[in-house]
Write a protein that binds this ligand. Structure first.
Ligand code: ATP
Length: 445
């Protein structure tokens, strides 16, 4: 994989995502609904695997992090206290020539309109708040306003006391949440990279204030390792510390995990030292004390928070981009010297782990194939496909990134064995049906 941005890769991946059922434009039959996407039969598995892998590493494998699923609709009081009503805004400029609107800080040239190429045509920037406002109940108007959350984080802060009182956790400890967030982005785009509705995976880790810098380092390292462990090549990942003028209103230190997208380096996740800003603000606004008395230290303090905040949908896209490969292959099933497209997903990320492919639809093969499927399904997400030439079915599974194809052939009824084909090497092994689970299990966990 080349280390320069590759715009052609973007088109190929967007195309594959639609063709193979990963991602569809939303409201497709009505001509699409701008920059909104639906995850199809394969995409929903991919996205779920990304979220499961995050949850496994952040919650399941730790004793110091618990989960939460907070409401999306939220009262203005939360966003007033968090500073979002005032500060969660991007600088918006209008082009006086063509009327298009842009986010000033994302323009390559702040003096030239990317749409009509007019120079010096922008209005003064004004702050545009990104929160979606709506109304709860039958009466619209003052007092009925609610917001769709623009981040999941505030759910953890407003539940800090509830979790502290019920979970027997003490700082340092974390609260993790995965869920939808909504931002009225000025310029959504780059496929699912920036959308107005997206999913986040966030964890707020509450620590004694003096320990915040070392926990910040810890989480920067842990999070980089997570991406590498799941197969993102180390040279397409980097950690970039924010300059002081980039920091959000609540942060004293932030680093972004960046991935080399087809258009260049861009953010997958932000890791921030949010200090005691959020808990102090909510304590002040709600009148509830959100501090902690540390008996060992004999001290009362408001915990500092280290937050790794990742985008599930954006990260899923990065996994597809990183997995995408094309290669020339020699004869396999059919064709000679043809090229194949293969998504080399880590098995934990791959939508389907195994595809069961009987060589024929005849009952003599269909029956053992359904038996094999029934044996594997309780353990792995499986696909089953019995139409078309086997070579084409392999190519399809390569494009879905399925690590193993299990082929039931005309020998199977006699030798009670199947052929297991490896996605990456295309090597084929003959494996007894009774030993299939033991053969595949260790490779797929
Ligand atoms: P940006 O500067 O790109 O607007 P941000 O720094 O405001 O993003 P955070 O508030 O740190 O983003 O959100 C944490 C993560 O949530 C991001 O790293 C990204 O993966 C994801 N995310 C944020 N906004 C969007 C969006 N509009 N679409 C998809 N994912 C998003």
């Amino acid at each position: 994989m080349s280390l320069v941005p590759d715009p052609a890769l973007f088109d190929k991946v967007v195309n594959l995502c639609k063709r193979r059922g990963f991602v569809f434009p939303s409201a497709d039959i009505y001509g699409g609904f701008r920059s909104t996407y639906d995850y199809g039969p394969v995409g929903v598995l991919l996205l779920r695997n990304v979220k499961d892998a995050w949850w496994r590493s952040m919650v399941q494998l730790r004793h110091d992090v618990v989960g939460l699923d907070a409401a999306i609709l939220s009262p203005p009081a939360i966003w007033e206290a968090s500073g979002h009503l005032q500060n969660f805004a991007d600088p918006l400029v209008d082009c006086r020539n063509c009327g298009e609107r842009f986010r000033l800080d994302k323009l390559d040239d702040p003096d030239e309109c990317p749409n009509c190429h007019a120079k010096g045509s922008f209005t003064e920037a004004r702050q545009f708040n990104l929160m979606f406002k709506t109304y709860a109940g039958p009466v619209e108007g003052a007092g009925a306003e609610v917001y769709l959350r623009p981040e999941t984080a505030q759910g953890m802060f407003v539940n800090f006391k509830n979790v502290l009182e019920t979970s027997r956790k003490r700082p340092p400890f974390g609260i993790a949440q995965i869920g939808k967030s909504f931002r009225n982005e000025i310029t959504p785009g780059n496929f699912v990279f920036r959308t107005r509705e997206f999913e986040q995976m966030e964890m707020e880790y509450f620590v004694p204030p003096d320990d915040a810098p070392s926990w910040y380092e810890h989480w920067c390292n842990e999070r980089m390792q997570w991406y590498r462990d799941l197969g993102i090549p180390a040279d397409r990942l980097r950690l970039r510390a924010h300059d002081d003028d980039e920091l959000s209103h609540y942060s004293v230190a932030t680093s972004d995990v960046e991935f080399l997208f087809p258009w260049g380096w861009d953010e997958l996740e932000g890791i921030a030292n949010r200090t005691d800003f959020d808990l102090s603000q909510h304590a002040k606004a709600s009148g509830e004390s959100l501090d902690y008395f540390d008996q060992a230290l004999g001290e009362r303090y408001v915990p500092y928070v280290i937050e790794p905040a990742a985008g599930a949908t954006r990260t899923a896209m990065a996994f597809v981009l990183a997995a995408y490969d094309e290669e020339e292959v020699s004869r396999e099933g059919q064709g000679q010297g043809e090229s194949r497209t293969v998504l080399r997903f880590h098995p934990r990320i791959a939508p389907y782990k195994v595809a069961v492919l009987p060589l024929s639809k005849k009952p003599e093969l269909q029956v053992p194939a359904t038996d094999v499927l029934a044996q594997l399904q309780p353990h792995f997400m499986c696909d089953y496909d019995e139409t078309q030439a086997i070579g084409r079915r392999y190519r399809r599974q390569d494009e879905l990134g399925t690590p193993y194809c299990v082929t039931v052939d005309f020998e199977t009824p006699d030798d009670r064995a199947v052929t297991v084909r490896d996605r990456d090497t295309m090597a084929q092994d003959r494996v007894p049906i009774d030993g299939l689970l033991d053969h595949l299990g260790p490779k797929l966990t």
